[in-house]
Design a binder for this molecule. Structure first.
Ligand code: NAI
Ligand code: A1CAB
Length: 277
């Protein structure tokens, strides 16, 4: 089956390469389209057999399953371009959290799903978040589940939890990388340890931490208890973090939700204004 990807930026490319790496899709199964053609052409060069569509419309005509890997503002233009050629038996998957399933279902007669991926899929790990639309059959859901199981742990979520689940699964790699960067920078500032050594130490620690939590039998709590020996040094640090860091994450979640609400409004406005019926 041909799987089409409209948008081969950061996440479109990550997904394409993850499915190829996992052996789930062959390059010849993939049809890609991107506004800047050179990006899609580079993918085709790196994965011989992968085809580049002349247009989004051609891609939509030829792909039983179409992934929309574009940003919220870009939906209107892409939907305008493909809506007349999309058929009811096709599947259209959006990877964009503030685009509502019901809006997509109004624009195309296809079977719609929202699946929010994560950069962690580049190493075939992490969760992908499934919000099935009303027209997907059991068979369609199984096909998508099977596809994403090869690169992630799929998880069904309710659409109203899209933002918070994306914060945890998709944004947090960036949030936690930022915290580790700050930890390494503070170490350099306070002790003059060479920057490369500080970054290497936190990076290798993060690798081990991920494995301890997923394969090592630890929970978030048991890991802290195991490292923080009673009366020891780690407990001093944990006490400070408990006091100062928790509120930062409350503020962070309020910020991501405020931006999300704004994006939802903008997308709905752009998808509803002047829409031909
Ligand atoms: N980057 C990440 O870690 C994650 C991103 N997402 C979502 O994925 C979506 C895409 O994000 P990124 O890949 O990071 O953005 P990006 O900006 O890297 O990629 C978007 C791509 O779409 C292309 N594009 C724009 N308009 C187009 C059009 N009319 N026709 C064809 N191609 C067009 C652009 O040229 C670009 O290559 C966003 O909605 C984002 O929220 C979801 C989960 C994780
Ligand atoms: O920053 C963003 O908008 C997207 C959503 C999830 C990850 N990246």
């Amino acid at each position: 089956m041909t799987v089409g990807f409209i948008g081969t930026g950061s996440m479109g490319r990550t997904l394409i390469e993850a499915f190829i790496q996992a052996g789930k899709l062959k390059p010849a199964d993939i049809l890609a389209a991107n506004r800047t053609k050179a990006k899609a052409a580079l993918l085709a060069k790196n994965h011989p057999g992968l085809r580049v569509a002349h247009s989004n419309r051609q891609l939509a005509e030829e792909s039983p399953c179409i992934f929309l890997c574009i940003k919220p503002k870009e939906y209107r233009a892409v939907l305008e371009e493909i809506k007349d050629v999309v058929r009811p038996n096709q599947i259209v998957v959006s990877i964009t959290s503030p685009v509502m399933i019901r809006d997509l279902e109004e624009w195309v007669p296809a079977k719609v799903a929202k699946i929010i991926p994560s950069i962690t899929q580049a190493v075939l790990s992490g969760n992908s978040l499934f919000v099935p639309g009303s027209r997907l059959t059991e068979e369609d859901q199984e096909m998508l589940w099977d596809l994403f199981s090869t690169v992630s742990r799929p998880l069904v979520i309710e659409e109203r939890h899209t933002r918070i689940a994306s914060d945890l699964a998709s944004c947090s790699p960036a949030f936690l990388a930022n915290l580790l960067e700050k930890l390494a920078d503070a170490a350099v500032e306070e002790t003059k340890i060479p920057p490369e050594a500080a970054r290497s130490l936190v990076t290798q620690m993060a690798h081990g931490l991920g494995r301890l939590l997923t394969e090592g039998g630890f929970t978030l709590e048991s890991l802290q208890d195991r490292v923080a020996v009673p009366g020891g040094i780690t407990r001093e640090g944990l006490n400070l973090l408990d006091q100062d860091v928790g509120p930062v994450f409350n503020r962070l979640i309020r910020l991501t939700h405020a931006k999300y609400d704004e994006d939802v409004q903008q997308v709905q406005h752009s998808l509803c204004t002047g829409k031909k019926v």
